[in-house]
Each structure stands twice: as C-alpha cells, then as structure tokens.
Write a protein that binds this ligand. Structure first.
Ligand code: GDP
Ligand code: MG
Length: 323
C-alpha cells in the first residue's frame, strides 16, 4: 500500500483512480488495504474547499457544476467532482451519464470526475464518497464538489462531509418554495436560483427575494455565516464568478472563527459512530448462531408476538455469549 499511497501523493491519476476503486470495494481484504492506504495519506488531506451541491432533477446541477467548475480551474485550482447517489445503479446513473454532458469540464487536465459509487445503501455509498474525497485531497485537489440529487436522506449524508452546502433551486412562485423540504433548506449555506435568464430572469429575482426572507426565519447554522441567496444562469455562465467569490468568503470566515475546525471534528466523530454501528452489525450477522436467532425473532417481530425491544435484547445477549 505504501507504493500506491506515494503515487497518489505524487498526483498520479492512474494511482488515484486505482485507490478510489480500492476504497469503493466491499471485499474484506480490500477493506484492510483501503484502511492502510487512507491511514497513510491522512496527514495530506483536509486542505480542500469541500462543497456539496444539491437540487431537484432538472434544476441544472450538471450545467451548473460544469460552469462553476470551469470558473474554479480558471482561477488556478484543481477540482475533483464526486457524487452521492444511492439510486444511480437503478436509474442508470446521474453523474455518470452527465460526465458525457460535462464535456468541457471533463477535458480539463486539472479536473477529476468520479461517478457515484454503486450500492443502494446510503451509508455505504456515502462512506465511499467521503473516502474518495480524502484520496483526491491527498492527490492535490484543492476544491471538491460532491453532487447529490435532491431527494431523500443523501443531502444529510453529504452535509456531513462538506464545509458548505449549496442548494440549487429553479425560478418559480411561492408554491415552488413550499415544495422544498424544510430540512434541506436548513442545510443550505448558499441558495442559488438558477436559470436567471431570458423569460425566467424576473421570476428568478423574485424567487431569490422569497428565499432570502425564508432562510432568515431559520435557526442559524453558523456564528459567522448567514445563508446567502444568489441568482445565476449556468447555461449562459452569468453570476458564476460571484458564486465562487461567496464560497471563498464563506471559507475564509469559518476558518478564521475556528468553526470549520469544529465542524470537521464533529463530522469525523459522527463518521466514527457510523463505522462502529456498521461494524457491530456486520459482526452480529457474521455469527451463525446469532444469525439463526435473528431470522427467528425477525419473524416473531413481524407477527407481532414479541416486541422489537425484547427481540433486540435477546439477540444482543446471544451475541455477547457467543463472544
Ligand atoms: N434557461 C436555462 N436552462 C438551464 C440552465 N441550466 C440548465 N438548464 C437546462 O435545464 C435542463 C436540465 O439541466 P441539467 O444540468 O441536466 O440538470 P440536472 O438534472 O439538475 O443535472 C437542461 O435542458 C439544461 O439545458 C440555465 O441556467 N438556464
Ligand atoms: Mg445532472
């Protein structure tokens, strides 16, 4: 692993792709190698600006990532684009299909685009993306975008690995605003109303004003940052530079106030607990006796003859005894 780790640190793209394939593997022996690799590169991680980008299908995420990505590389950064999309296997892949659409961005030498890892279990998909992010940072990428589609719990998982969560919304009336889940609004550090062009320009301005009012009713997430609302046209590449300016200002502020250090510490802690939870459940399932008992009590719980709490206690007791 030392060889591969060194190649990653040297910025070798083939090594980077190989390392990400390794961290995405579910094989036990690969997992041990992946952990060794991650341990080796860990001191060289954490130096990137980590941005989560979310929004409902069709809002313009791919177009926006291409436009903002080109701006970022124009300013001399190296950009990695990753994704968390547990549905990508079934739906044929959001970002994978988009890679062919993000043609200009994909052609840039200082850009690395990786589709969402496979899997339908959000926890596993998110873990692999988070680890891929660390590997990209070790390889010298100083900006990371993590895309997620605007449905389900994947937003929360992404907000647990990025510094700034950017929510992309379409122009529209109050109804549109109602349709955005409050939980997602609460995660947003920057809201961008896209498609502020042509006939939609005026509506986009009104939508931005509505969001501005709405986000200020929410409990603030940061001491030093209040959610900003901007408009842009990803298609016509207008307002994009201003968005990157806001992201840089955010990063400066939360760094200066030590809030970023606190956030990343909290995130690392919650990943530790997620790993413990997954690891314990894997160990439970690995024990054949416990597994048999599990199958039985699961049926009893379904049938309503035993409470989930009593069933869980019995399984845990059997696990401890087996140990
Ligand atoms: N008018 C306009 N259309 C846009 C803009 N950004 C994206 N679109 C269009 O919206 C549609 C969906 O865009 P896409 O980037 O694939 O959205 P995604 O599903 O969120 O990734 C496409 O037809 C884009 O051309 C924009 O800024 N203005
Ligand atoms: Mg897309």
């Amino acid at each position: 692993m030392a060889g591969l780790a060194q190649e990653v640190l040297d910025g070798d793209r083939r090594a980077l792709a190989q390392a990400i394939t390794l961290v995405e593997s579910t094989r036990d022996d690969h997992r041990l190698e992946a952990d060794a690799l991650l341990d080796a590169v860990l001191p060289s991680t954490g130096n990137a600006v980590r941005v989560g980008i979310s929004g409902a299908p069709g809002v313009g995420k791919s177009t926006f990532i291409e436009a903002l990505g080109l701006e970022v590389v124009k300013r001399g950064h190296r950009l990695a684009v990753l994704a968390v999309d547990p549905s990508s296997r079934r739906s044929g892949g959001s970002i994978l299909g988009d890679k062919t659409r993000m043609v200009d961005l994909a052609r840039e030498v200082n850009v690395f685009i990786r589709p969402s890892p496979g899997g339908t279990q959000l926890g596993g998909v998110a873990r692999h993306t988070r680890e891929a992010m660390l590997v990209c940072e070790a390889a010298g990428f100083d900006v990371v975008f993590v895309e997620t589609i605007g449905v389900g719990q994947s937003e929360v998982a992404v907000s647990d690995m990025v510094d700034l969560f950017l929510l992309l919304v379409p122009p529209g009336g109050g109804d549109e605003l109602q349709g955005i889940k409050r939980g997602i609004m609460e995660l947003a550090d920057v809201v961008v109303v896209n498609k502020a062009d042509g006939d939609l320009a005026a509506a986009a301005g009104r939508t931005a004003a509505d969001y501005h009012n709405a986000v200020h009713l929410l409990r603030p997430k940061w001491r030093t940052w209040a959610t900003e609302v901007l408009t842009c046209s990803a298609l016509e590449q207008r307002g994009i530079g201003e968005i990157w300016d806001v992201i840089e200002r955010f990063e400066r502020k939360v760094k200066a106030s030590s809030e970023l250090t606190e956030l990343r510490g909290d995130q690392a802690k919650s990943w530790l607990w997620a790993e413990l939870q997954d690891g314990l459940i894997d160990q439970l399932r690995a024990d054949p006796e416990v597994q048999r008992l599990l199958t039985d009590v699961e049926q009893d719980v379904i049938a309503g003859t035993i409470t989930p709490s009593t069933a869980a206690r019995a399984v845990l007791a059997s696990f401890r005894a087996a140990d």
